[in-house]
Design a protein around this ligand. Structure first.
Ligand SMILES: Cc1ncc(COP(=O)(O)O)c(C=O)c1O
Length: 409
């Protein structure tokens, strides 16, 4: 690990205090033109004694605005201390988790996985237009049928066709013959440029696509493509549990990645993460954003700098080994539950080294699913699957209670 280290609470406090001291202090420096301030002191009292012990809450009170992207070009001077920490988070994740070369990526903390996925599609649509003179109808999104619906949103917003590739019902793997058929169909309809969304891992199954399957198909048809990894769910587990995989920046086909700290990392909401190889972010430069210092190349405008601090604190509180242990605890519980299901003859899907178990709905009566909070693949009357996501709060005792009910049925 080059950047990911464990830090004590005192070390974190020092670093955040220093960062905040480099940001604007509205009490010390009057800035007449900035439409921003610290949180309203009448409501959020900034002398509350507990704030001394709580650097994240102090950051919320100081209310830094991280508008823009801070891994390239210039940024707003007012918040440079906490922007540094955001830069550190992006570099740590790119290099130590996603195996990028040092200094080879840009990125920012987005509202969530949806925004980060849309940011990717937006960049690539513009890239194909600017670099290849592509016409709107010649660019399309491509991904598996298990891909998150944020891609359907991206297609709608960016006015792109969305081609969905069927997966095998049992293995949840892309059916290569179907991929071939869908790509041919798209090309017959005039598509020349593909924006591929490869999953790490899917929302309902935790299945992980092999980016090289897409790349081989693109190669076969000599089609231009850019490939984005949607790691909103799996990004903080799969690269840790399966470090030898090709689902990261060590794979030259991968251009960008979405991670979501507000899922597996249990960070506050508003902690999606978008990371792209250098040179890509400028394709969404909004030249009209003249009052913002530096380049506005992010889908969100104003966004809280406290979110980057929250992600950083979680990462350095655990450190790489602590995080590895935590992931393995969840995988142990998942393994345990799968063993019990096997002995009961219940059919389910589970990607090895992932913490989602998706059970065929015919084995789970509705009332048991409702009692234990299992999530169906569809909320109509006829779900095909129910999933269990083994998060921190899902303990073996809870799984046991569910299995007992299932056994009695
Ligand atoms: C694979 C995947 N991508 C994207 C998203 C969207 O993330 P968010 O809800 O943070 O926008 C989700 C959410 O469940 C997801 O599982």
């Amino acid at each position: 690990m080059k950047f990911w280290k464990k830090l004590s609470h005192a070390e974190q406090d020092r670093r955040i205090t220093e960062a905040l001291s480099l940001n604007i202090d509205y009490k010390q420096k009057v800035s007449l033109g900035v439409p921003a301030s610290k949180l309203d002191g009448t409501v959020f009292y900034d002398q509350a004694p507990f704030l001394k012990e709580a650097p994240l809450l102090r950051t919320y009170v100081a209310n830094p605005n991280h508008i823009g992207c801070h891994t390239l070009g210039e940024s707003e001077e007012f918040f440079k201390g906490t922007q540094d920490i955001e830069r550190e988070v992006i570099e740590l994740l790119a290099v130590d988790v996603l195996k990028a070369e040092e200094g080879s990526c840009d990125g920012y903390v987005a509202a969530g996985g949806t925004e980060a996925n849309i940011q990717a599609a937006w960049i690539y649509r513009n890239y194909f237009k600017q670099e290849h003179g592509a016409k709107q109808g010649e660019i399309a999104l491509l991904g598996s049928q298990d891909t998150h619906y944020s891609i359907a949103k991206a297609a709608n917003l960016l006015n792109l066709q969305w081609y969905s590739v069927p997966v095998d019902d049992t293995s949840r793997m892309i059916i290569e013959a179907e991929l071939d058929r869908v790509v041919q169909e798209a090309m017959t309809a005039g598509v020349k440029y593909f924006i591929i969304i490869s999953n790490m891992a899917t929302t309902m199954f935790g299945s992980v696509d092999n980016p090289d399957v897409y790349a081989a198909c693109m190669d076969k048809y000599k089609a231009q493509f850019k490939l984005h990894l949607d790691g909103a769910f799996g990004g903080f587990i799969y690269p840790i549990s399966t470090p030898e995989s090709n689902v990261n920046f060590s794979n030259p086909h991968v251009s960008s990645v979405t991670l979501d700290a507000h899922k597996m990392l249990q960070a506050p909401y508003g902690t999606g993460i978008f990371i792209a190889r250098k040179g890509l972010m400028p394709y969404v430069f909004t030249k009209e954003a003249q009052y913002v210092h530096g380049q506005d190349i992010t889908l969100s405008g104003s966004r809280s700098g406290a979110n980057a601090i929250a992600i950083w604190m979680i990462l350095v509180t655990y450190g790489p080994h602590g995080w590895f242990e935590k992931i393995n605890k969840l995988l142990y519980r998942t393994d345990w539950c799968c063993k019990q299901l096997d002995s009961m003859g219940v059919e389910y899907y589970r990607r090895p080294k992932m913490n989602i178990i998706t059970i065929r709905a015919k084995y789970v009566p509705n009332h048991i699913a409702a009692k234990h909070g299992l999530v169906p693949d569809t909320h109509d009357d006829n779900p095909g699957w129910y999933k269990i996501v083994v998060m921190d709060h899902v303990e073996v005792e809870h799984l046991q209670a569910f299995l007992d009910d299932l056994g009695k049925n």
